[in-house]
Design a protein. Structure first.
Lengths: 127, 372
């Protein structure tokens, strides 16, 4: 399973990529999309919505199942990947690139220290 | 390779003879009616669904109950426990039928193949296989249950019959819809029925386990796509075919499920549920199993409630008996029992998709019909 170095990861299989300033992009991992199967619908928050670390911020739905998306960090939504409305399969095809879900302004960068790095996540999914 | 009788049990789940082949094709196995069955293979449900709609897919349906019934009385014996008058079937003909309870509710839906004058094959849903066989054997003690020793493959799609014929012989091309034939293949007897559960053309083959594995290998070599339970469900729902345990069950009667055509009441022969069904036939049903298409984004699923509006006075009308994302139509589709007055195509409802009220409309069945 492809796990990218340089990203932060949650035990619920979300990834966080720190961008410049205090912005971050969030999506789900290759492991998560493989578990879900073909994604057919992604429910994302509106721009301006608040995220609270650990709380659900949306849903990803595959043919067979629905999964909640949990906020890895506290923050405010700056951008949403609208392409997923027409092409939800991008979550399967490019979980770390074209399948990105939201971009947020992070409230407290210290929260990232509570997340796993790539090595930690690799261990998590192989256990 | 080993057959189901010498494979070790996987956490108490039964395995078909194709278990190793499922794993080899990247199958994700899940428990289904006490069997370990593939919900999908490597390519995924959408790709498998598309393969069946545009080319050919193969499903291992060996978990379904299969019983041979022989003898000159077999037809009458079978008729006495099922709703369709199977004594009308000529050798080589097959028909869908039901096992009903004394109230007219549906205990299972089945297929009956009159293979020859005195050889009949009945196919039962896996979830009800044991109860179904007991019912059959009570009327036909000579019935022979062959589920564990045989394989059943459903080969479905526009190119499926041609490919099956390229392997099993030209006879396969000449089997008319809802008829069947026996062929000999690599020393084994194969029953081929021009039947299926996908809304596509296709055949279903029953043969001994070893030959069944060889047939699977030959089909995959010929380019047929292995397809699992996930695609089987999306395909049958697009074709508006009911699933027992969901759309039909012991509390639903045939007429309200649009299955009156599987019930024969004009012969004099008794059968389980006859009196109740006669009474029901004479009263128009209060509700009807209907097709609903989502008018928005999301996926309707079994059990989701359906309301008559999205306002504060919204009243719940029914719940979904089936629901899925339709890969062909790219929209959510569902089935539910609607009061007859509200079941006309064009009638609008609101489905509660986990808190999001989303508009849906009644559409004519089926959702998908294969091109002529």
């Amino acid at each position: 399973m492809h796990v990218l170095d340089g990203l932060y990861y949650t035990s619920e299989h979300e990834w966080v990529r720190l961008e410049e300033g205090d912005e971050a992009t969030i999506g789900i991992t290759e492991f998560a999309q493989d578990q879900l199967g073909d994604v057919v619908f992604v429910q994302l928050p509106a721009i301006g919505a608040s995220l609270l670390a650990g709380e659900p911020f949306g849903e990803v739905e595959s043919v067979k199942t629905v999964s909640e998306l949990y906020a890895p960090v506290t923050g405010v939504v700056l951008a949403v990947n609208d392409t997923l409305a027409d092409r939800p399969e991008l979550v399967n095809e490019q979980p770390y690139e074209g399948g990105w879900m939201i971009r947020v302004r992070v409230g407290d960068r210290g929260e990232l220290n509570t997340l796993m790095d790539a090595t930690g996540y690799r261990t998590h999914i192989s256990g | 390779m080993s057959g189901p009788e010498d494979a070790p049990p996987a956490v108490g789940l039964r395995r078909t003879a194709l278990h190793d082949r499922h794993l080899a094709a990247g199958g994700r196995l899940v428990p289904f009616a006490g069997w370990a069955m593939p919900v999908q293979y490597e390519s995924g449900i959408l790709a498998e669904h598309e393969a069946v709609r545009t080319r050919a897919g193969v499903f291992d349906v060996s978990h379904m109950g299969r019983a041979w019934v022989g003898g000159v009385d077999a037809g009458a014996q079978i008729r006495s426990v099922t709703t369709y008058d199977v004594t009308r079937l000529a050798p080589g003909q097959a028909h869908y039928s039901l096992y009903c309870n004394e109230d007219g509710g549906i205990d299972d839906d089945i297929f009956v193949y009159r293979v020859t004058g005195e050889r009949w094959l009945l196919v039962h849903n896996a979830a009800n296989a044991e109860a179904d066989f007991d019912r059959l054997a009570a009327a036909a003690p000579q019935a022979d249950e062959v589920t564990a020793d045989t394989v059943m493959l459903a080969i479905q799609g526009p190119t499926s019959v041609k490919i099956a014929a390229s392997i099993l012989g030209e006879v396969a091309m000449r089997i008319a819809p809802r008829t069947c034939a026996l062929v000999s293949w690599r020393g084994s007897e194969v029953l081929i029925g021009r039947t299926g559960y996908t809304g596509e053309d296709g055949v279903e083959c029953v043969l001994d386990a070893e030959a069944g594995v060889a047939l699977w290998d030959a089909l995959l070599s010929a380019g047929v796509t292995p397809a699992g339970l996930g695609a089987r469900d999306t395909l049958r729902l697009e074709a508006a075919l009911p699933l027992h345990g969901h759309d039909i069950d012991a509390t639903t009667a045939p007429f309200e499920a649009r299955l009156g055509w599987a019930v024969s009441l004009d012969d004099a022969a008794p059968f389980t549920g006859r009196a109740a069904l006669e009474a029901l036939r004479d009263k128009p049903p209060a509700r009807r199993l209907s097709c609903l298409r989502l008018d928005g984004r999301g996926v309707p699923r079994l059990g989701y409630p359906v309301f008559d509006s999205d306002g504060p006075e919204a009243a719940r009308v029914t719940i979904l008996t089936s629901g899925a994302f339709s890969p062909t139509l790219r929209v959510g589709i569902a089935m539910a029992y609607l009061p007859v007055a509200l079941a006309e195509p064009g009638t609008m409802f609101f489905m509660d998709l986990r808190g999001r009220f989303t508009r849906a409309v009644v559409v004519p069945r089926p959702f998908y019909r294969r091109p002529a």
